[in-house]
Write a protein that binds this ligand. Structure first.
Ligand SMILES: [Zn+2]
Ligand SMILES: [Zn+2]
Length: 255
């Protein structure tokens, strides 16, 4: 199993998980045209995809989902609450599967394990993936860490983990107070220290890849995120990957 990012941050997110025959796109916060160009950077194309999974209805995650699905006849998996919000004003999807945010399901050779997260959306989930040998966990867009999140991300082989902001940079930023409260609140986004604390709660001995994601361009810096995660793991800072808004990150193989 391998995975890569088309870009990550408040201006768009998309992640591709490739288990051979099964290739899943997690979110598409880019236009269909931009997503197609970014897939090409990874030597992939929309017609290679098996399905699109959606985490929640915020535009940095769904902006291109409907157009990409229609253009390439892709099935879209999402919770009922996400569907209700995301489908407003959009024409119908070619194929849509409403999922239970607590129940795992299979797509081809991959077991997909959704889990609910506290975020200010209608019915947001994040996902873990298991190919029978290895597990990839993805966690962005959560305001806090719940015991259920800890359970779902236990002993992953690879983890894509939100490091949205640094608490001090957010407090000092020019964001209006209401936005600071939203981003830093229980239903907002994870700060570096919260992401680092999660690593102290889950088994990390199997971890082959750790990538910081969904970094704020205003309220974080890559070196602050990698420093926080590296000190939690006791590893070197350059072992930690960072997902970039423009470039995402290239293929990472889980062996
Ligand atoms: Zn987001
Ligand atoms: Zn969001």
């Amino acid at each position: 199993m391998r995975f890569a990012s088309l870009g990550s941050g408040s201006r768009g997110n998309a992640l591709i998980v490739d288990a051979g025959e099964t290739k899943l796109l997690v979110d598409c916060g880019f236009s269909a045209r931009v997503a197609t160009a970014r897939l090409a950077r990874l030597a992939a194309a929309p017609e290679d995809l098996t399905a699109i999974l959606v985490t929640h209805e915020h535009s940095d995650h769904v902006a291109g989902v409907f157009a990409l699905a229609r253009r390439h006849q892709l099935t879209v998996y999402l919770t009922h609450g996400t569907y209700v919000e995301a489908a407003r004003g959009k024409s119908a999807l070619p194929a849509c599967r409403v999922i239970d945010g607590h129940a795992s399901f299979a797509i081809g050779s991959l077991e997909v394990l959704p889990f609910p997260v506290p975020h200010d959306a209608r019915e947001p989930v994040q996902y873990a993936f298991n190919n029978g040998q290895h597990c990839l966990g993805v966690l962005t867009d959560t305001g806090s860490i719940t015991p259920h999140i800890v359970d779902m991300l236990h002993a992953c082989d690879a983890l894509v983990l939100e490091c949205n902001h640094d608490r001090a940079l957010l407090a000092a930023s020019r964001y209006p107070a209401v936005l600071k409260e939203r981003v830093g609140g229980r239903y907002g986004h994870l700060e570096n220290a919260q992401a680092a604390a999660l690593l102290g709660q889950v088994e990390t001995r199997r971890l082959q890849h750790l990538v910081a994601a969904h970094l704020s361009q205003e309220n974080n810096r890559p070196e602050l995120a990698t420093r926080a995660l590296a000190s939690a793991l006791g590893c070197s800072e350059d072992w930690i990957g960072v997902a970039d808004q423009e470039d995402g990150f290239g293929w990472r193989q889980i062996m």
